[in-house]
Ligand binder design. Structure first.
Ligand code: CDP
Length: 228
C-alpha cells in the first residue's frame, strides 16, 4: 500500500495529538507533534532568562536558534514519542500552563517558524507520517495527501485541557485555561506568518460531540478511501 503524509491541523486543545497518535499507531505510521517543537523553544526561553515581563528577548533568541536542538525518541515502554531539548527529556515541562502562556508568541516569530518548518519537512521525507499542528496542511506539507482540520467549542477544549492538567497533578483554574485557549486561538489565527486556517482541501472535523471511537472510525474511513 502506498505511504502518504497525513496533516492534522486545528485549534488548541481539541485533542489533535491524541487523535493523531492513535491514528499513527493504527496504521503503522510515525507520529510527529509539531507543537511540541514550539513548546520546546518556549521552554528554552524560560530556562535561559529570555522572558521578561511575559516578553521575549527576540534578538537573543534569534542568535541562539543554532544552539536549540529538538529531537524525538520513542518511550521504550509506552512507545509514545518523547520530546528532547538539547539531549534532555522535556516532555513533562513543555505541557505546563506557563509554557502554554508564551508558546504562541514564540511560534509567531518568523525565524523560529522557518527553522522548525525545515526540520518538519525533513521528518516527512520518508512519507508514512502523521503530523499535527496549525500549518501542516497549509505551509509545511501543502501536498499532503490527507488533511484534516479539527475543531471543537472553546469550552469543550478548555475542559479537556483542564482535566489533563489536573490528572497530571498540576494546580489549574478552569477560567485561566479558557482564557489561554482563547488567547492562543487569537494569536494563531491573526499572526502574519503561517496563520492557523483550514486548507481548502482539508476535511473539517468538529469533535465537540464525538467519542474517540467515532472520531477514529471517521479518520479510518477517510484514510482507506485515499489509499485504496
Ligand atoms: O496541544 P495544543 O493544541 O494546545 O497546542 P500544541 O499543538 O502543543 O501547540 C502549542 C502552540 O504552538 C500553539 O498554540 C501554536 O501557537 C503553536 N504551533 C504553531 O504555531 N504551529 C504548529 N505547527 C504547531 C503549534
Amino acid at each position: 500500500m502506498k505511504k502518504i503524509i497525513i496533516a492534522i491541523d486545528g485549534f488548541s486543545s481539541c485533542g489533535k495529538s491524541t487523535m493523531a497518535k492513535a491514528l499513527a499507531r493504527n496504521i503503522g505510521y510515525l507520529y510527529f507533534d509539531s507543537g511540541a517543537m514550539y513548546r520546546a523553544v518556549a521552554l528554552y526561553c524560560m530556562q535561559n532568562g529570555l522572558i521578561n515581563d511575559k516578553k521575549i528577548d527576540i534578538e537573543t533568541l534569534r542568535n541562539r536558534m543554532k544552539d536549540i536542538h529538538i529531537t524525538f525518541e520513542a518511550d521504550p515502554e509506552t512507545k509514545n514519542s518523547l520530546t528532547y531539548l538539547n539531549g534532555v527529556n522535556v516532555e513533562h515541562e513543555i505541557r505546563s500552563l506557563e509554557v502554554s502562556q508564551i508558546v504562541s508568541q514564540v511560534a509567531a516569530l518568523d525565524f523560529v517558524r522557518s527553522e522548525m518548518i525545515d526540520q518538519q519537512r525533513a521528518m516527512g521525507e520518508q512519507k508514512g507520517i502523521v503530523m499535527d499542528g496549525r500549518d501542516i496542511g497549509t505551509t509545511v506539507f501543502p501536498n499532503a495527501e490527507m488533511k484534516v482540520f479539527v475543531t471543537a467549542s472553546a469550552e469543550v477544549r478548555a475542559q479537556r485541557r483542564y482535566d489533563e492538567l489536573i490528572a497530571r497533578g498540576d494546580d489549574a483554574k478552569f477560567q485561566d485555561i479558557l482564557d489561554n485557549v482563547l488567547q492562543r486561538d487569537h494569536i494563531d489565527q491573526t499572526r502574519e506568518v503561517s496563520p492557523l486556517k483550514q486548507a481548502d482541501d482539508a476535511i473539517l472535523l468538529d469533535n465537540s460531540d464525538m467519542t474517540r471511537e467515532e472520531q477514529m472510525e471517521r479518520l479510518m474511513e477517510i484514510f482507506k478511501n485515499l489509499t485504496a
